[in-house]
Design a protein around this ligand. Structure first.
Ligand code: ADP
Ligand code: ASP
Ligand code: MG
Length: 439
């Protein structure tokens, strides 16, 4: 069985929902489908929660009313029979009643996560109703019945596997199984989610749990491009990536894939295919175990990075210095991305700065601390094993007009990363594309 995941733009209009329905049924094979909310809906739901949090029910109601109007219109366009129009309208009415219930009594604690979860609950209901109206044997499985995170807020693969397999056994014989991306329950059984963009993660976790023969991520572009198409001119789709390369690119900012999504597929050895809903014939990108030797594949960039340097003349002979430094970051649950060391100091980058002041205060016990904010990591990915002569020179040459704060190379065989100012990002990415790909 294949898993096919469709993102927000892929189900963004009734027309697109019809296209998706065509894409998932045309092979006639049993397929497991993961859907995001219609594009814009999760943002609106976040806005509603925000108004409620700020105790502004009028603001929340206005967003709810606009959303409701839009969805009622969608129903008219999506369905052709009165039976399914009515069935879906009734469902939507109960959804909007649920959202409004939080605006009536502001003193009850509202559950933000439950509000944000409704986007996927609505989109999956609409599509399953549409498929059933078309006579397809389709069933909606509620992700809240099997997607679960543990006490560390990490998905619990064993629980997911057992629950999902049991649910599949109870529901044999359907052509299409549909579920919600993004949403889950936490270790306490409360509604939660896998972070913004997390539907990719849902697809990969389900692919590993089934297990599926392939996990397809359908979006609005023909696969992973060799640079960020939102920033750089003349980017091209990369046909193949290995899991490591894809994980690096996703982690370092290639928005097409959620950073966490590669890992479950990689461990289960299931290929991930990136496809374009707007152009299904386009080849897309396959992510698998194959390593193509001697090739630089792509570049990605991650913003909002903070660099911290600690200099200590006592470091030279002090064993345990780095341990003390790392323990400070660990105690504030702040992961370090890049590291560079010298005889007298160490530079690190972080992308989570909620505890920056505390970390800096503690580091000051051990040396002189400097902080640079608004930085960006630019990451070049491919077969960058050190036996490939000249690759790092090529990458650094492309950066020759950009002030570089840190470089990291040799941590894996797959990347070389540069820490630069955010304001230099566009220029750096364009230079890298020109030198590495557009010769
Ligand atoms: P979905 O809603 O389907 O999950 P996303 O918006 O999360 O889609 O991801 C697709 C978008 O990722 C593309 O429209 C593109 O602008 C952006 N993107 C950023 N970097 C890359 C890249 N290297 N290759 C392809 N797309 C990228
Ligand atoms: N709907 C969620 C979001 O907008 C999850 C997703 O689309 O992957 O973040
Ligand atoms: Mg996405």
């Amino acid at each position: 069985m294949k898993v096919m995941k469709f993102g927000g733009t892929s189900v963004g209009t009734p027309e697109r929902m019809k296209n998706v329905s065509q894409l998932i049924t045309e092979s006639g094979e049993q397929t497991f489908v993961v859907l995001s909310a219609m594009s814009g809906t999760t943002n609106s739901l976040v806005e509603i929660s925000d108004y409620l949090y700020k105790k502004n029910p009028e603001g929340a109601n206005e967003v709810i009313n606009n959303l409701e109007k839009k969805y009622m219109q969608h129903v008219e366009e999506l369905f052709s029979t009165d039976e399914y129009k009515q069935k879906t309208c009734e469902f939507l009415q109960s959804e909007f009643k649920f959202l409004r219930s939080f605006t009536k009594d502001l003193f009850t604690s509202f559950e933000e996560k439950s509000i944000v979860a409704q986007g996927e609950i609505i989109s999956t209901n609409m599509v399953v109703n549409y498929l059933q109206e078309c006579g397809v044997k389709a069933i909606l499985l509620n992700a809240l019945d099997f997607m679960r995170t543990d006490k560390n807020a990490e998905p619990d693969p064993q629980y997911i596997k057992e629950k999902l397999q049991a649910i599949m056994n109870d529901n044999e014989g359907y052509q299409i199984y549909i579920t919600q991306g993004f949403i889950c329950r936490n270790a306490y059984g409360e509604i939660d989610n896998l972070q913004r963009g997390g539907s990719d993660y849902t697809a990969s976790l389900i692919g590993a749990a089934l297990p599926a023969e392939e996990i397809q991520i359908w979006t609005d572009i023909d696969g992973m491009h060799n640079n960020d198409p939102r920033i750089v001119d003349k980017t091209e789709a990369v046909r193949q990536l290995n899991f490591e390369e894809a994980a690096e690119l996703a982690y370092f900012g290639a928005k097409i894939l959620h950073p966490t999504c590669v890992q479950p597929a990689k461990y289960a050895g299931i290929p991930v295919r990136l496809k374009n809903t707007m152009d299904p014939q386009a080849e897309g990108t396959i992510i698998d175990n194959v390593i193509v030797r001697g090739k630089i594949k792509a570049v990605a960039a991650k913003d909002n990075i903070t660099a911290i340097k600690i200099k200590s003349s006592r470091m030279l002979l002090a064993t345990g210095f780095l341990r003390k430094v790392f323990e400070i970051f660990e105690s504030y649950q702040t992961p370090i991305d890049m590291i560079a060391t010298s005889e007298v100091g160490v530079s690190m980058s972080i992308d989570k700065d909620d505890h920056l002041n505390d970390i800096v205060n503690e580091l000051k016990k051990y040396g002189t601390v400097t902080v640079d904010t608004n930085m960006c990591i630019v990451c070049v990915v491919g077969d960058l094993d050190w036996s490939n002569l000249g690759f790092e020179t090529l990458a650094t040459d492309a950066m020759k007009n950009i002030p570089v704060r840190m470089i990291s190379y040799g941590g894996s065989n797959y990347n070389i990363s540069f820490l630069i100012k955010e304001s230099d990002k566009k220029r750096a990415l364009q230079n890298l594309s020109d030198v590495l790909f557009n010769k």
